[in-house]
Ligand binder design. Sequence first.
Ligand code: PMP
Length: 288
Amino acid sequence: MALKIWLNDRLVDEQDAKISVFDHGLLYGDGVFEGIRVYSSKIFELDAHLKRLYESAKVIRLDIGMPMKDLAKATAETVRANNIVDGYIRLVITRGIGTLGINPFTCEKAQIIIIADKIQLYPQELYQTGLKVISACTIRNHPLAIPPQVKSLNYLNNVLAKIEALDAGVPEAIMFNHEGFVAEASGDNVFIVKNSILCTPPIQAGSLEGITRTVVMSLAAAENIEVVQKNLTRFDLYVADEFFLTGTAAEVVGVVGIDGRKISDGKPGPITQLLRKRFFEYAHGQSK
Ligand code: PMP
């Protein structure tokens, strides 16, 4: 069935959802976006996603041109119009139509695109068996380049890391920062468990402040699991008791190998499995 797409100020049919070839989102990757889940007809952590979107836009001096509460309403309307019960929303704000030069201020008006659709997940068995990953050669954006907290339309750095993973025959790559510390995966945040302590790199190590990451840290705290944000090295990953990734699409997924080495006994560990279960319950509103 054809989708209804939100374009600027209204819903249009999929075949009419078109943007200009002069949009700087296309010409320069100039824009910001969010990926958001819908669970049991409820939009997951919408406020947190919108806050991140508006902050990303602020950093790149992009005026979204719509108050946050109206964008929240438009998002809900798009979900409803497409009868999405469990699915995925892609919210995209482009700089808009401008001249061929890089100057963003030639663009008059940001373009707002909201797509609500079904979601393509990792195959279910990967959640049982866990993923293998590699260390990427491509480093995460330097903090003095586009700040890594900005969820911009320019994902080429992460795309290069993803290609490295796929070339190596695994689905994900771990990206390090310019100092050699773990930043994140190409589209997910990184966690390890060592001696029963849950560790994740601080945001300053160059990761996106993942919404799933925040939820998982509070679910862990509710289970009386100690949570520590600290710099991690490749050594820490290699000797981890458990290793997992979090993200909107991946949720909580165990990592069982890196660079051809096995993590622990090569199976997703007990804390990973517990947090995956708690996350599922929370997302579907069955939290204790
Ligand atoms: N890091 C990057 C680079 C991402 O693109 C994402 C989102 N896919 C994440 C981390 C995870 O963030 P979230 O939990 O908000 O989806």
